[in-house]
Design a protein around this ligand. Structure first.
Ligand SMILES: [Zn+2]
Length: 253
């Protein structure tokens, strides 16, 4: 039984030196594909070198809205180069965030630049959104991102009508350890109602998950909710990931 973690930060401030340990413990739990989103450009080289060292590890470099102020021509050029790397399977995590400091117009400009790059290179996107659902969705619709390249709405926490809207636009829903919380009633309803073909697994390690194996707990919970076997959840969510991230191939392991 094999799983794919579509959103795991193996390289991040405060968890230095953990990456290799986590890759090993993920493998021991059957998690044999790990996609690391980027957050800021200073970390991209570390993401890439980890992906080059471990067959199970892939990278999705990008600029998180928190670091939108860092975007400039040099950063854009470097990201453009990285899109051609064999283990770069997506651009992420990109989006809009109402809580962080960079101005909304800067965030939007950096998001649009990265979406255009993803379109140019046929790469899917890992989306981050906090309290900007309407604005982000409008941009994704305008650029027809879902149908052209697809993407994951990471750490989904909205209601069922919004989840259905995303699925209609050909986005996948990233489901993680929030599902394990006692008060996850809304997410539980979303997971119960959506087709499993729309669901991808993620831990967002190091927070909220603290260990890669928590992915398997999330998969078990989905299996209970949808009355499926764990094996089916593992197989179908992995197939979903391979369909979306088409640069991950059997031969590219
Ligand atoms: Zn993240």
């Amino acid at each position: 039984m094999y799983f794919c973690d579509t959103h795991i930060h193996l390289v991040a401030a405060g968890v230095e030196g953990m990456a290799d340990i986590w890759v090993d413990s993920a493998a021991a739990a059957g998690i044999d594909r790990l996609i690391q989103p980027g957050v800021r450009s200073a970390e991209w080289d570390a993401l890439i070198s980890l992906a080059e060292r471990h067959s199970s590890v892939y990278a999705a470099p990008g600029i998180h809205p928190l670091y939108a102020d860092q975007w400039d021509d040099e950063v854009a050029l470097r990201l453009e180069e990285l899109t051609r790397h064999p283990k770069v399977v997506a651009i992420g995590e990109i989006g809009l965030d109402a809580v962080v400091r960079p101005a909304q117009e800067v965030q939007e400009q950096v998001l649009r630049a990265q979406l255009r790059m993803a379109l140019d290179h046929g790469l899917p996107v890992l989306l981050h959104c906090r309290q900007k659902k309407g604005a982000l969705l409008a941009i994704l619709r305008e650029l027809d991102i879902g149908r052209q390249i697809g993407g994951v709405w990471h750490a989904f926490s909205g209601g069922l009508p919004f989840a259905r809207e995303l699925v209609d636009l050909k986005f996948s829903i990233g489901v993680g350890p929030i599902l394990l919380r006692r008060n996850a009633r809304k997410l539980l309803e979303v997971v119960a109602a959506l087709p499993i073909s729309a669901i991808l697994l993620e831990t967002d390690l190091p927070d909220p998950a603290q260990a890669p194996e928590e992915l398997v707990k999330v998969a078990k919970r989905i299996a209970e909710i949808k009355n499926l076997t764990l094996d089916t959840v593992a197989r179908v969510t992995t197939e979903n990931a391979l369909r979306l991230f088409d640069k991950i191939q059997e031969g590219n392991k």
